[in-house]
Design a protein around this ligand. Sequence first.
Ligand SMILES: NC(=O)c1ccc[n+]([C@@H]2O[C@H](COP(=O)([O-])OP(=O)(O)OC[C@H]3O[C@@H](n4cnc5c(N)ncnc54)[C@H](OP(=O)(O)O)[C@@H]3O)[C@@H](O)[C@H]2O)c1
Length: 430
Amino acid sequence: MKRVSIGLLGLGTVGSGVVKIIQQNGDQIARRVGSELHIKRVLVRSLEKERRVQLPADTLTTDPNLILQDPEIDIVVEVMGGVEPARDYILKALTAGKHVVTANKEVLAKVGDEIFTAAAANRTDVYFEGSVGGGIPLIMPLKEGLTANRLRTVMGIINGTTNYVLTKMTEEKAPFDEVLKQAQELGYAEADPSSDVDGLDAAYKLSILASLAFDARIPLEQVYVEGIRAITPADIESARELGYVIKLLAIGKERDEGIEVRVHPTFIPTHHPLAAVQGVFNAVFVQGDAVGDLMFYGRGAGEMPTGSAVVGDIIDAVRNLQSKVNGRVKMMRQDKPIIPIGQTTSRYYVRMLVVDRPGVLAGIASCFGQNDVSIESVIQKGKGEDPVSLVFVTHEVKHENMARALDQITRLAVVREITNTIRVEGEPRR
Ligand SMILES: NC(=O)c1ccc[n+]([C@@H]2O[C@H](COP(=O)([O-])OP(=O)(O)OC[C@H]3O[C@@H](n4cnc5c(N)ncnc54)[C@H](OP(=O)(O)O)[C@@H]3O)[C@@H](O)[C@H]2O)c1
């Protein structure tokens, strides 16, 4: 049986998963594919570190050239993370005619154009199923199975850490800081959690998903991002009373006037399929004009789930090598207008603390009215206390109008604080 030699760049969480899967299921994979997968060399930073997997002694190296310049290696798997030197090694591998598999959303979101251009110029392919949604097959359906559709919406929970934190805050009515600390102790959140909780990780992934769904170039700096640090148990309780749950959603929509790409906490109705996605699980909801509604659900991270996606890509690359084909699926990345966040429309939840006095509501309503913000409902909480809390839900309004109204409202003497503003998608069943 033929052997395909693989060079692995990185042997951390995902790299170890890749090795384990090939060691555990190698025989079955070889029978299915007709070639044996051979991990010839693995690049790491430190040769002294204890490893979770066993490999022959001379497999590990700290010299990238032993992989990038080895003519026997056909497939380079980048699972190091970060932009540099990952970008440099990927480009060198492509220039050397090797196929590249990566799980690195950051490098794709930031310099994907350069990488895909280099792949096309060198008649090689870049596979990236592991970069979004961990073990969930998402990239392949978007690139292949759904090609017949015009996709209008791709919307999902694509960061497990924030979904875990929001789920725990909901279940335990506990504040953000306390739940984040627990998540860090359990290994569900990094010591530096900012990339997850501030929404950046989800933004990288959304730029990849939206570029596939809408055949467009999605510059990362045009993805609007808000994280979950400001969410309080009071917001979660208000959401529950109104028939919603709060999720950090990554939303991509193609409208006639352009593409909307935004990541932010969102009220979604409890009956929405995404509302049922709990803990570290991920899910992506897609609407196609032919297929209708689809939802992809599963483990969005972790050694074995992400390893499953990466090994799946390796197998895809091997099959293309066997058939001597490349560039089968073109990366269509056209320049399309991205709608600035100020021009996007949403319904909003607004919670504020005000002095309990007659006429307060009229003053606030007038600020909303002057900016064309129409109110769907208002609830007052803690009557007789000082301050009291007011919860508004608006009808659809342009972001910039909402921002102007809130700016006027904060300047009213009777308003102590606007504690939160959260977008609302969909309506609860009445
Ligand atoms: N973890 C997940 O669940 C998950 C899920 C989806 C996607 N991803 C993506 O997969 C990639 C890898 O993530 P991970 O969690 O496996 O990372 P990780 O555990 O930190 O492992 C990174 C590996 O890369 C090696 N490495 C890093 N920089 C290097 C350099 N400059 N030269 C040589 N080796 C270097 C490290 O070597 P040492 O071991 O010697 O330090 C380590 O083995 C990232 O892009 C991540 O975003 C991860």
